[in-house]
Structures are given as structure tokens and as C-alpha cells.
Write a protein that binds this ligand. Sequence first.
Ligand SMILES: [Mn+2]
Length: 264
Amino acid sequence: MAKYAIGDIQGCYNPFMELLSRISFNPSKDILYLVGDLVNRGPESLKVLEWVYEHQDSVITVLGNHDFYLLARYNNLISPVADDTIDDILHSKNATKLIDWLRRAPVVFHDADYILVHAGIYPILDFNQVLAINHAISNHLQAKDYAELLLNLFNGKSHIWSNTLNLSQQMNFVINSCTRIRYLNTLDLSIDYKFKGALAKQPSELIPWFKADFNPTINKKIIFGHWAALGFWHDDKVISLDTGCVWGRKLTAINLENFEITQV
Ligand SMILES: [Mn+2]
């Protein structure tokens, strides 16, 4: 049995299939961790989602910002934008089945060694609190009136944590931070959602979230994607896997036992 993690697929079905064949992925023995953003911007979102659905027993995926976007579009909560490529899912006869399955994916997953999340973990927050809020989010996503949670999400992002937030604000903060975080303002450790550039190109008041001091409860290596300009990055604390396949660059897999990298 081998365990692999793969970065943002975003509808890039052919590179995804080629990568699985290069690592000789065997769904009856191996486990695949996906960092989310399965869909959008790339050419074959429906085929990616259907493949992951069919192999759900050997795949663990967390929700990314594009996956939340798909849920919001499916519920007609927001208007389409020009470069969306999720119409094949929305018009599919399997749409409801696939959407209902996606609603069961968590924002954060963890095992004995790793934390799996789309963009990152707000470093100051107690990880047990993040997990508790993650659990509340899952319960809401699986409830009949889950569109309310999405509506709240797309009505504005919380930039900073405070212990005075109510549960709805806490869920908004955890979803947005886990699916969109890149840089923090050094002054107050609020999240900067605007700057998306590479390390060393950021304004001097910003630090990448994973360079801040972590709350001691965050004691596992964090696997994330979302940040194509950062690309592949592996240090003691994190593994970054979005290598910009949808932008004409690469799709990356890492073997989580020996850290061997495979790219197509
Ligand atoms: Mn993303």
C-alpha cells in the first residue's frame, strides 16, 4: 500500500490520468490525497469529478475555493464568470449525485502524520478549534438548508480571527482561511487575500502563512495546494503541491512514504 498526494487538478483530466499511470496508482491498494480544487478553469471538470466519485473508497479530498464555487453555482447563488468551465457538471444528469457527494468532503482532514487542506491553516488558531469548526461546517453542508452557509461565505471574507465571532462567522473564517490563505500581515496577523505572487515578491509587510509561528497544536505536516505562484515546496512544516497544471505548467504527485516526486 502506498499513499500519494496530488495538487490542484482543476479539470485537467488527461494530465491527472497520465500522472496516476506514472505512479502506478492502484485503487484497490493505494490511497490518494487530493488538496481540492478538483474543478474549474481546466477543460474536463465533469470527468475529473466523476473519476474521483467512482474511486471515492481510495481517495480523500478536501474542499477548495473552486469546489465551494461549484456548490454556490449549483444553487444559483452567484453569477457565472467568463472563464468558468463547470457547465458540463451543472448540465450533467449526474449533477445532483456528484454535488451531494462533494458536500460530504471536509475542509480539513488529518491522519496520524499529515493535515490535508486546500490553501493552509491559520497558524495562530488552536488546531482543535479548527477541527471543531470544520465538523460544524460539514454538518451544515450536509443539511437541507446548506445554501445559507454558502450565501454567507460569498457575502464577504473574514480577515482576522477573534474569540468574539459567532459560529456563522467562525465557519466563514475557517472556510475562507483554509481555502484561500497565502499571506499574513505581520502587523496584526490578519489574512491578506489580495497578493497572490511568489515568495520574495511580496510587499514587505506580508509573510507567507507557513512562515509564521504555528500554534503548538498544529503538530503535523500540512499538505496544501492553491498557490500556483509558490509551486512545489517541501520543508519540515509543509508540502505545497499546486504547480499550475491548469496554467500550462505541471501536475505534481508526492509519495508520502519516501517523498518521491512525480510530475507530468
Ligand atoms: Mn484554489
